[in-house]
Design a protein around this ligand. Structure first.
Ligand code: PLP
Length: 421
């Protein structure tokens, strides 16, 4: 920390939205509050989550099945009551968003509709490094349609010797395959590097090439500002357990652009939850999906899993994405500035517009380094083979925690260097 960092620190403190005490902060090995920098993996528990779950358990205990049709707060449509809040977070119309299932399941449901290979136009292009679950999902859809994942899944990653994928490389790769691509499927913020892709620009490139464009926004939703409707993307899916603090395995969410809302020609994997509530029980009725993203729902919403999501979305509604993102930019910038003279490689983009809250650090002995940091009360995570991911979360990380983390990192690296010499 130098005098030059003082303005950044002041700005970050001034932007503190006062929401840290709304979350449970895990404990370090010595019983003090941990320095929790793993919200990009699992967001912290809102203090209101337990009461929200207890409310549903109580409704279950008191009314049993009648809670589905409680006149005040029917479980039957509880998921729809959260759409407007989620839509504000991702820049969508409420009807373009639904809360259902979990992320990979939702990717499958959306691929069943939006991956429609035809003749030569059969390939999928994705950015690398590609999250394993996405690779399995894409591969299985190719294989199911009798295609060859070895040639029909094109992954464009960083160039040899580089860590980040270049936007122009993705654009060129899309343009040269303009006759071959059925689908462009990209990640909004890369899980490993923390790089935020230019969603609007790449969506336009994919659509110009005649492809459908979908996004995995697991690391983007609640992290960076999004305008999914205006950016004209076709579809997206994300989880709610990272930046959205909805709890482990919490209910996922999807976006489907309104231009697809009533498209009866799209194949769908049907289920009764995809119908309007008033015709779900029709024993003979056809599968006529509900308008909008809700038409991709298939089965009963998990009311208990939805409760902490609702608790967290209330905090997002209160603070709003612009304020959250503004604080995030300052906090992450402060972390980057503090790391400037620490002997470890930062691979995340330096440009605040090209990253969210996550900084990925590269170190040859990253796993052992993480264990030493954990012993000193730092919660971060490791991604093989050589990355440590740290995320200052604007809703609960403090400037003081960032500075203590960097001091611990510096001391730990110095001690390891001494032990090795
Ligand atoms: C980028 C990305 N995609 C997909 C997934 C898979 O999510 P889920 O296990 O909820 O299906 C994750 C999980 O961390 C992820 O980070």
């Amino acid at each position: 920390m130098t005098d030059d960092d003082a303005p950044a620190r002041g700005a970050a403190e001034a932007l503190t939205p006062g929401t840290r005490d709304r979350f449970h902060i895990p404990s370090a090995p010595d019983g003090s509050p941990a320095i929790y920098l793993a919200g990009q993996s699992l967001g912290l528990q809102p203090r209101t989550a337990a009461a929200a779950i207890a409310t549903e358990l109580d409704a279950w205990a008191r009314q049993g099945v009648d809670s589905w049709f409680d006149p005040e707060r029917p479980w039957f449509t509880l998921d729809t009551s959260l759409r407007a809040s989620m839509a504000r977070i991702v820049g969508a119309l409420p009807n373009e968003v639904a809360l259902l299932n979990s992320l990979t399941v939702n990717i499958h449901l959306l691929l069943a509709s939006f991956f429609q290979p035809e003749g030569r136009r059969r390939r999928i292009l994705a950015d690398g490094p590609l999250f394993p679950s996405d690779r399995h999902a894409l591969t299985s859809h190719l294989a199911q349609r009798g295609l060859d994942p070895a040639t029909d899944l094109v992954v464009i990653g960083p160039r040899e010797g580089e860590h980040l994928v270049r936007t122009e490389d993705l654009e060129t790769a899309i343009a040269v395959r303009a006759d071959d691509l059925a689908l462009v499927f990209l990640s909004g913020v890369n899980f490993a590097t923390g790089q935020a892709l230019e969603i609007e620009r790449l969506t336009a490139a994919g659509r110009d090439a005649g492809a459908v464009v979908g996004w995995d926004l697991a690391h983007a939703a609640g992290n960076i500002e999004l305008a999914l409707h205006d950016w004209d993307i076709d579809f997206a899916a994300w989880c709610t357990y990272k930046y959205l603090n909805g709890g482990p395995g919490s209910v996922g969410s999807i976006f489907v652009h309104e231009r697809h809302a009533r498209d009866a020609s799209l194949p769908r994997l049907g289920g009764w939850w995809g119908l309007d509530p008033d015709v779900r029980f029709d024993p003979e009725g056809p599968f006529v999906p509900a308008d909008g993203a809700a038409g991709w729902a298939t089965s009963t919403t998990s009311i208990i899993a939805l409760a902490p999501v609702a608790a967290s979305l209330a905090i997002f509604d209160e603070v709003g994405m612009p304020a959250i993102r503004a604080r995030s930019v300052t906090l992450t910038g402060h972390l980057e500035a503090c790391l400037a003279d620490v002997p470890i490689e930062v691979i995340t983009p330096r440009d605040p517009a090209a990253r969210g809250a996550q900084i990925s650090l590269r170190h040859d002995d990253a796993e052992a380094l993480l264990a030493r940091l954990a012993a000193r009360g730092v919660v971060a995570d490791y991604r093989a083979p050589d990355l440590i991911r740290v995320a200052p979360i604007p809703l609960y990380t403090t400037v003081d925690e960032i500075e203590r983390f960097v001091a611990i990192l510096r001391e730990t690296l110095a001690a390891s260097a001494e032990a090795g010499s």
